[in-house]
Design a protein around this ligand. Structure first.
Ligand SMILES: Nc1ncnc2c1ncn2[C@@H]1O[C@H](COP(=O)(O)OP(=O)(O)O)[C@@H](O)[C@H]1O
Ligand SMILES: [Mg+2]
Length: 243
């Protein structure tokens, strides 16, 4: 059995709000094997975004261990976390977060500006990433000249251009119609199953569970249920769930 890419052990996150403590996550334990497509589901306020922020090293737990790609993230300094994130994690958001004055190609190139690559290499990799999402022909277009679905595909190209192990997506289909949402889900599935990326997605879309290998259901900060999604049932037994 390979090492899981993600291992959370007894993870809690408490926010202070005035005199109150908000228990956003309570004693969550789960593992996700490399190359799986996982969904986090649950009502608003159940701790989904908090969990994503811990996995991507944007935030740190109040208790428990967060181990991603062989690294215990708890102990890293802010700077070390930022460096770790730039190498291991690609982020995708509901509203794409593209820079309007840059072309699709330049948007995808952005994360590579933090690397030692020269401009020629950066642009070659950005073109390759746009090809992977099927938008090679739109490289020179500005975001406003692209549909919502195409903008989200540019954002996915930007997330994979650094070749991360982990792709984190917070409601990536939340602003799209059903047809475009399906295209995005199919693309995320391909990234996990064909390019061996581990994809963790928060979604409210009940149809999304048919596309993923495994679903983690949160309620009030507690992991209530773990079950196989449609893609998981279709192939080898999904590995995941509590260790
Ligand atoms: N920075 C914060 N400060 C205080 N409370 C927060 C903060 N972020 C989230 N919360 C609270 O933590 C709980 C979980 O929030 P969140 O992870 O955003 O849930 P979800 O993404 O499932 O809607 C909610 O009660 C929310 O109000
Ligand atoms: Mg949220």
């Amino acid at each position: 059995m390979p090492e899981p890419l993600i291992a959370l052990r007894d993870v809690s996150r408490v926010y202070r709000r005035g005199a109150d403590d908000v228990h956003a996550l309570e004693h969550v334990s789960l593992t996700i094997a490399g190359g799986l497509f996982a969904a986090l589901m649950g009502p608003s306020g159940s701790g989904k975004s908090t969990l994503l922020n811990l996995l991507s090293g944007i935030d740190r737990p109040s208790g428990g261990d967060v181990v991603v790609a062989g690294k215990r993230l708890n102990d890293l300094s802010e700077d070390a976390l930022a460096r770790w994130r730039s190498r291991h994690v690609g982020l995708i958001f509901q509203f794409y977060n593209l820079i309007p004055v840059l072309s699709a190609l330049e948007n995808v190139e952005l994360p590579l500006l933090l690397t030692a690559l020269d401009r020629r290499e950066r642009l070659a990799r950005a073109r390759l990433a746009l090809d992977v999402v099927g938008l090679g022909a739109r490289a020179a277009h500005a975001p406003a000249e692209l549909s919502g679905g195409e903008q989200q595909r540019v954002a996915i190209a930007r997330a994979i251009v650094t070749d991360p192990d982990l792709i984190i997506a917070d409601e990536p289909t939340g602003d799209l119609d059903a047809r475009n949402a399906d295209q995005i889900l199919r693309l995320l599935l391909e990234l996990s199953h064909e390019l061996q990326k581990t994809v963790v997605m928060v979604t409210h879309d009940p149809r999304a569970s048919e596309w993923v290998d495994i679903v983690f259901h949160l309620e009030k900060g507690v992991l209530k249920e773990t079950y196989a999604g449609g893609a998981g049932k279709a192939r080898a037994p999904a590995t995941g769930g509590p260790p």
